[in-house]
Design a protein around this ligand. Structure first.
Ligand code: PHE
Length: 455
């Protein structure tokens, strides 16, 4: 079998892993959750949860992957004990399936982003754009296929010459685009109202369970946790790197871009409102998130006159780039498995697995009404946190502590002296699983179910 890939430098890993983390979750999901959950209060809760819950789990994934230097199944087996091998393998497979499920719906949405980008470009050129911006099955299928082709193309080229190359090219463009758009939108009338909502937290909402749950699933999804993506990316990090520092950099980049995206999308919503576009329904709730992105923002761009098409084009290119650097990291999870465990060549596995997931996306497109939300909820609200708990269980309870320390010491010989080592092991052992489980139970109203059962 060919030698395993590896990221060529620390920066390459940071950009690729941040590329995975920074996606539609940051630029679409985050600002909308902020706007419907008490503005700055949500931002605050999300940042706290990212540091106290998501970062420790990110570290668990990175350290398992870097230790085993293999796909998720082999990695999990490598740290399992004789009694936990079955559960270890199952966790690896479940992660792989979740990554594939996420890709199946993500690619549909990413396709719409691309079709809007192409639509704005064609208006810019004075050509008709209606097919690209109006909802239709044909458009969904065509652009989903295009998005899969790009994703598969990059993954099939390998870790350094595909994933790394494109992440390092696209991430700087993404940051530049986001900053330019923030500056432009901030100059428009109405923007200041959005800034005020964003920056003035309504702290009375911090204790609302829905807000905390929303912030938790956002933190998990946003850091690409609980699917094995970070484990696989971790497996391509050189042994000489200091993992806790790399992980912290990725978490900080992810938060940073989410916060920036809020500075773009929330003021833009209020500029739209100022221009007469409806953003809150009669009962005062923010309108549904799909409509916000695909109707409200385009209506806003239309009210901007000549600049509108350019801003719209840049915005949807930004979205498409963010989605692409994430989707490659999703596809990489099953592809690494086919490559490492089954010995299938990278090219072949990328195409075979990619096409299989595309087939599932088609199924979702044909059954949009019920299947889309079902897949999203199962993958993001249930599987991701649950698998996160399993990762904690393995790192905290199953893996021998001296082996774990040995792995971390590879890149930082004085690891034992660090604050990280003093806190983190006990943390993934007790705190993370308990809190995530408690929040999960809450979200499924198990308590209420049990109450009903016993009464
Ligand atoms: N983190 C990505 C986003 O915020 C989504 C993602 C989830 C990517 C799981 C990889 C794995 O959009």
């Amino acid at each position: 079998m060919a030698a395993r890939g590896e990221f060529s430098s620390r920066t390459a890993f940071v950009l690729a892993a941040s590329g995975s983390a920074i996606g539609l979750g940051n630029i679409w999901g985050f600002p909308i959750k902020v706007a419907s959950n008490g503005g700055g209060a949500f931002v605050f809760t999300y940042i706290v949860l990212t540091f106290i819950l998501a970062y420790p789990i990110l570290m668990a994934e990175l350290v398992i992957g870097r230790h085993a230097k293999a796909d998720t199944v082999k990695s999990m087996l490598s740290i399992s004990g004789p009694k936990t091998r079955g559960l270890g393998a199952l966790t690896g497979y479940w992660g792989m399936m979740t990554a594939s499920l996420i890709l199946s719906f993500y690619a549909i949405v990413a396709g719409w982003m691309m079709s809007h980008a192409v639509g704005s470009l064609s208006s810019l050129l004075g050509l008709p754009d209606s097919w690209f911006v109006a909802e239709s099955m044909g458009r969904s299928i065509a652009f989903c296929a295009l998005f899969f082709t790009l994703t598969i193309g990059i993954v099939s080229s390998g870790v350094a010459s595909g994933i790394e190359k494109w992440s390092t090219r696209l991430m700087p463009v993404l940051i530049l685009l986001i900053i330019s758009l923030i500056i432009y939108i901030a100059t428009l009338p109405g923007a200041s109202q959005g800034w005020a909502i964003y920056l003035q937290p309504d702290f009375s909402k911090v204790t609302e369970p829905d807000l905390v749950l929303d912030a938790l699933s956002q933190a998990f999804f946003s850091l690409s946790l609980g699917v094995g993506t970070m484990m696989v990316y971790g497996s391509y990090i050189s042994k000489s790197e200091n993992l806790p520092k790399l992980g912290a950099t990725v978490a900080a980049m992810d938060i940073g871009i989410a916060v920036l995206a809020g500075m773009l999308v929330i003021p833009a919503m209020y500029v739209a409102q100022h221009n007469g576009v409806v953003i809150y329904d009669e009962s005062g709730n923010l309108i549904e998130s799909g409509r916000l992105i695909f109707n409200v923002l385009p209506s806003l761009f239309e009210t901007m006159g000549a600049a509108g098409n350019t801003v719209s084009f840049l915005f949807f290119v930004l979205m498409s780039i963010a989605a692409l650097t994430s989707s490659i990291s999703m596809l990489e999870v099953p592809v690494a498995y086919a490559n490492d465990s089954l010995g299938v060549s990278r090219k072949k596995s990328a195409w075979l697995v990619g096409l299989a997931i595309f087939a599932f996306s088609l199924l979702i497109i044909f059954n949009m009404g019920w299947l889309f939300d079902g897949v999203v909820n199962f993958a993001t609200q249930f599987s991701e946190p649950f698998i996160g708990i399993l990762f904690c269980f393995f790192v905290g309870w199953v893996w021998k502590r001296d082996k774990l320390l040995g792995e971390l010491k590879e890149g930082k010989p004085d690891m034992e002296e660090t604050f990280f080592w003093k806190v983190w092991p006990a943390y993934v052992r007790f705190v993370c699983p308990v809190i995530v489980l408690a929040l999960l139970v809450r979200s499924f109203d198990l308590v209420e179910l049990l109450n009903r059962f016993f009464n």
